[in-house]
Each structure stands twice: as structure tokens, then as C-alpha cells.
Design a protein around this ligand. Structure first.
Ligand code: ATP
Ligand code: MG
Length: 267
């Protein structure tokens, strides 16, 4: 078909739009003129060295902190999950999920959200009786029940064991597909970013140092063609050095060179 005969496509409005955003503490600029768009329903992972400003950016996007310069546009309907689940210890799981909800059907919504995260049998459980993974699932349910257009995740799986993490990866993809929020996931785990995200952003010195589009078919696994190339590039960007690329075999995996098992790709 002749491209000129096609009607012009309406531009899709970004779910998140940042222009020249500055966030500083005293004289120190942590976010320094950052531009970023996230499309509705897009899954973006944010990597960067410790102290590079990931949490700072996420908190401003969540509306928890102000910005000192630039423009930040994000949907009203947004929610965040942090590394620790931040549950009220004196409230049962379902009451933690309904915190702040005013709708008359709040309990029914909480039950539905807890069912979605596989906790229908723990509605009345108190946080002290939940495992780390279960607590994080309650925190996810609390976010989902608000039907966010933007879901902000700050290292939500970092404190979990490897198996629980894999289950959480599957769960987060299922929930993302079912609810279609835009997602911004902060992680230190390069493999996690490649497994989950449509696009990976590397933050450095308060700006985006690089963006990588992850065009790998889903479901993904870390042995998939193309996976390792992205991993090596990200590790380079994050400053994981390998002096002699010939010493690491054909797939150029720096962690093999360093003697780490493949599953230890977390920095
Ligand atoms: N409220 C604050 N007051 C002063 N400095 C702050 C504040 N919050 C963050 N910072 C500083 O801003 C920088 C970025 O912190 P931030 O927590 O965003 O890093 P991060 O990329 O999330 O790191 P990590 O990977 O370790 O979680 C750090 O140097 C931190 O000390
Ligand atoms: Mg952080």
C-alpha cells in the first residue's frame, strides 16, 4: 500500500513524560536535566550504579518528592512497590491492601487482588506470619487494587531468594499483561532487566547514559539468542570490566571470565 495514502496516525500520548528534570539535595544535583518518555503499557527497566539516582527519580515519579526544575508528567493513578513491603504489622493482609481505599467494594477488590497474586488463602494473615515473597505479593496486590496506569517498582525482588524471584518474575509479567500499566522497574540485576523489560535505561550522573530496546520474544530465558549480547553491553555500561575478551569464550560472558556462575549476574 502507498504509505502516502494512509491516514496520519494519532500520536500516542506518553504515560510518563519528563523534560529537563532536575532533582537536587543542597548543591548536589542527583537528577541533572533528565528527559524520558514512557508509553502507556510499556515496561521499562532502570539500571545504574548505587547512588546514581534511581530511587530519587522513582520517588519523584511516584509524587512522593518534588523536583527542583523541568517538567514531570505522570498519571494520577500510580503506585509504587519498594524493596521492603512496608505493610502495617497490625493489619491483616486484606486490610493492608485496602489501606486508603474509600470505595464501598474495597474488600471485594482486595480479595480479588490477593487472589491474583496467589494469596487467596492468606487474606486474614498478619504480616509477621508471611514469608518475604508473600509479603511482597501483598504489596503488589495493594498497588494493583488502585488500577495504576503507572506501576513503579524499586528493587521489589532484591531481598528474595532465587526461586521466589523467578516466580515473582512470572507473576509480574502476568499482572502486567492483565492490567497493562506502564511499568518502571529499578533493578541491579541485569538478567532481570533483560528478562522483563521492553526497554532498558542506564542512569549515570543524573542522566540517561544509554537506552536499549529489548526485542526478544517472550517468554524469555537467559540462553536465548541475543540475550547475552545485551547483557555484555549492559555490564560494560555499568563498569564491569573484563580485560581479555578472548579469555571468556565465544559468548563473551564477563562473569564466566570472573569465575562467577551464570546465575550471579547481579551488581
Ligand atoms: N533525602 C536526601 N537527602 C540528601 N541526599 C539524598 C537524599 N536522598 C538521596 N540522596 C542522595 O542522592 C544520591 C542518589 O540516591 P538514590 O537513593 O537515588 O540512589 P540509587 O541509585 O537508588 O542507589 P541504590 O542502587 O543504592 O539504591 C545518593 O548519593 C544519596 O545519598
Ligand atoms: Mg535505590
Amino acid at each position: 500500500m502507498n504509505a502516502r495514502l494512509q491516514p496520519p496516525q494519532a500520536p500516542v500520548e506518553a504515560a510518563v513524560s519528563l523534560r529537563n528534570v532536575v532533582r537536587q539535595f543542597g548543591d548536589r544535583r542527583v537528577i541533572d536535566g533528565l528527559d524520558l518518555d514512557i508509553a502507556p503499557g510499556e515496561f521499562v527497566a532502570l539500571l545504574g550504579a548505587s547512588g546514581s539516582g534511581k530511587t530519587t527519580l522513582l520517588r519523584s515519579l511516584a509524587g512522593l518528592d518534588p523536583i527542583e526544575g523541568g517538567q514531570l508528567r505522570a498519571p494520577e493513578a500510580r503506585s509504587a512497590v519498594f524493596q521492603e513491603p512496608r505493610l502495617m504489622p497490625w493489619k491483616a493482609a486484606w486490610k493492608n491492601v485496602t489501606l486508603g481505599l474509600r470505595q464501598p467494594d474495597a474488600k471485594a477488590r482486595a480479595v480479588q487482588a490477593l487472589t491474583e497474586v496467589g494469596l487467596a488463602h492468606r487474606l486474614e494473615a498478619f504480616p509477621a506470619t508471611l514469608s518475604g515473597g508473600e509479603s511482597q505479593r501483598v504489596a503488589l496486590a495493594r498497588s494493583l487494587v488502585r488500577e495504576p496506569k503507572l506501576l513503579l517498582l524499586d528493587e521489589p525482588f532484591a531481598a528474595l531468594d532465587a526461586l521466589t524471584r523467578i516466580r515473582m518474575h512470572r507473576l509480574i509479567i502476568d499482572l502486567w499483561r492483565a492490567h497493562t500499566p506502564a511499568v518502571l522497574l529499578v533493578t541491579h540485576d541485569v538478567d532481570e532487566a533483560i528478562l522483563l523489560a521492553d526497554r532498558i535505561i542506564v542512569l549515570d550522573q543524573g542522566r540517561i547514559a544509554e537506552q536499549i530496546q529489548v526485542n526478544l520474544a517472550r517468554p524469555r530465558d537467559n540462553g536465548q539468542a541475543g540475550f547475552n549480547g545485551i547483557r555484555v553491553r549492559l555490564l560494560e555500561l555499568l563498569g564491569v570490566e573484563h580485560d581479555d575478551p578472548h579469555a571468556i569464550g565465544n559468548d563473551h560472558n564477563p562473569f564466566l571470565y570472573l569465575g562467577y556462575p551464570l546465575s550471579a549476574i547481579a551488581i
